[in-house]
Design a protein around this ligand. Structure first.
Ligand code: PGA
Length: 252
């Protein structure tokens, strides 16, 4: 079986100031001993130039939390894929549940953003996941499959060659209530299966991250699961020591 290198991605969301982000990043850079996994950070967009500069000649990757689907034009307040690419981004989060819930991003918008990201040579991190109500109704599988299938149908399996998928159950995000390794693995195996059916090569090599209250305490059991290839970390990524601990656990 192909070895998939784990990825630990820090989603800083709308947090930080120039000073606090410098401090956080310096903490990460100072304490970062080479672990076997890949690390990437996703700062708020205005801090991209500063973070890009600080990451020069390091192995830490950079990503944006969002892009607009259009290439350019009269879209006040928006930022395009090529703009974030120019500031050193390799990755973009697409379809995070907060964007779906608070900014009314539909599966169609998510697909358009996914395409725009790929067209600019960036690697989408496509986020999928069910709400608590959907899980309680037994709809987890259906919801996750649907979210994935919409992007597959709209964009085509070929666009997933460089993509990453993050399974983030909405009820686990920012709640301190992580999915159990078994709950997460069940959904990861399902996602792997869907992808394998589309293209066995892509299905085998695509990395599937788990996100939702990942902490230094919960990470190692999650990473031990066959189809969990890393984590998308929110809260714990704002603490350098916790974030690095999680990445070290992924490196084993
Ligand atoms: P959390 O956020 O780790 O704070 O739960 C994860 C995410 O939303 O990506």
């Amino acid at each position: 079986m192909r070895i998939r290198r784990k990825l630990v991605a820090g989603n800083w969301k709308m947090n930080g100031s120039r000073a606090s982000i410098k401090q956080l990043l310096n903490g990460i850079l100072d304490q970062n001993t080479e672990s076997g996994c890949e690390i990437a950070v996703f700062p708020p967009v205005v801090f991209l130039p500063m973070v890009q500069e600080m990451l020069l000649s390091t192995r830490i990757g950079l990503g944006a939390q969002n892009i607009d689907s259009h290439v350019q034009g009269a879209f006040t307040g928006e930022v395009s894929a090529s703009m974030v690419a120019e500031f050193g981004c390799t990755y973009v989060l697409i379809g995070h549940s907060e964007r779906r819930a608070y900014y009314a991003e539909t599966d169609d918008i998510v697909s358009e953003k996914f395409s725009a990201c790929v067209a600019s040579g960036l690697r989408p991190v496509l986020c999928v996941g069910e709400t608590l109500e959907q899980r309680q109704k037994g709809l987890t599988e259906e919801i996750v499959k649907h979210q994935l299938q919409m992007v597959l149908d709209n964009c085509g399996i070929g666009t997933f060659a460089e993509a990453i998928i993050a399974y983030e159950p909405v009820w686990a995000i920012g709640t301190g209530m992580s999915a159990s390794p078994r709950q997460a693995e069940e959904v990861h195996a399902l996602i792997r299966d869907v992808m394998m059916q589309e293209d066995s090569g892509i299905g085998q090599q695509i990395r599937l991250l788990y996100g939702g209250s990942v902490s230094p305490e919960s990470a190692s059991k999650l990473f031990a699961e066959e189809n969990i290839d890393g984590a998308l970390v929110g809260g714990a990524s704002l603490n350098a020591a916790d974030f690095l601990k999680i990445s070290q656990l992924a490196g084993h």
